[in-house]
Write a protein that binds this ligand. Structure first.
Ligand code: F3S
Length: 64
């Protein structure tokens, strides 16, 4: 069977990030907090990434 692999591009705007932590709680596989800002861990499934981006109060996460 074929397995589809999707690599989303993720960008965190660290200037806008206010450290709310929603991204980490919703998608801990992809985001971790460091020095009060979100950091991308370089992986994460698309749904979870999207949930995190949608939930960021300052829209600091962009996905394409
Ligand atoms: Fe920052 Fe938004 Fe995550 S404010 S900590 S990128 S939910």
């Amino acid at each position: 069977a074929w397995i589809k692999i999707t690599m989303a591009k993720v960008k965190i705007d660290k200037e806008s990030c206010i450290g709310c932590g929603a991204c980490e709680s919703l998608c801990p596989e992809a985001f971790k907090m460091k020095d009060g800002k979100a950091e991308f861990k370089g992986k994460g499934n698309e749904k979870c990434l999207k949930d995190a981006a949608d939930s960021c109060p300052v829209n600091a996460i962009s996905i394409k």
